[in-house]
Design a protein around this ligand. Structure first.
Ligand code: CU
Length: 171
């Protein structure tokens, strides 16, 4: 009798475990499925966008660089930055002037996609008014800065006109 009860309990508990296991599996199953489905249309979209993007050619020898601050400089926030350009002219965003562009500062980041408009956020600053200087609010510590020109649509030129990455130490 006792053995029969133990056996019955075992069967019950196994069944309970089995139920639990399968219900968990069923709940979790749609998640990876959704996750796997999500990137597919995004990748298609990116491929389509890349085909649609027309990068503006840049003249040979064109370059941008920081006049200020110097690489490795110790500075205070707001940090005064001055942009230099050679071989191209600076024009506001939207301008159709040949061999022109506007400055962007990349802060603590690198540009991931040269075939798309430069993002606009805390790490990607646009100077679409054609500014050649700015004051950047930076937190204390080390930061990297890089300049890159964007065309009228904020897309890097071909080849890209970008500066060396410099480092500043904000006190
Ligand atoms: Cu821009």
């Amino acid at each position: 009798m006792k053995r029969a009860i133990v056996a019955a309990l075992l069967v019950l508990s196994l069944a309970a475990c089995g139920d639990k296991g399968s219900s968990t599996a069923m709940k979790e199953a749609p998640k990876p499925e959704t996750a796997m489905k999500a990137p597919a249309p995004a990748a298609d979209k990116t491929a389509a966008e890349e085909k649609a993007v027309q990068r503006t050619p840049s003249p040979a020898g064109a370059k941008v660089f920081f006049i200020l601050p110097a690489d490795g400089a110790t500075v205070h926030s707001p940090v005064a930055v001055e942009f230099g350009v050679e071989g191209m002219t600076i024009a506001p965003a939207g301008s159709d002037d040949p061999n022109s562009g506007h400055h962007h500062v990349l802060i603590d980041t690198k540009l991931e996609d040269y075939d798309a408009p430069i993002p606009s956020d805390e790490k990607h600053k646009h100077f679409g008014g054609g500014q050649t200087e700015a004051a950047l609010d930076l937190t204390p510590g080390k930061h990297t800065l890089q300049l890159i020109l964007g065309d009228k649509n904020h897309i890097p030129h071909d080849p890209p006109v970008e500066s060396e990455v410099i480092t500043v130490n904000v006190e």
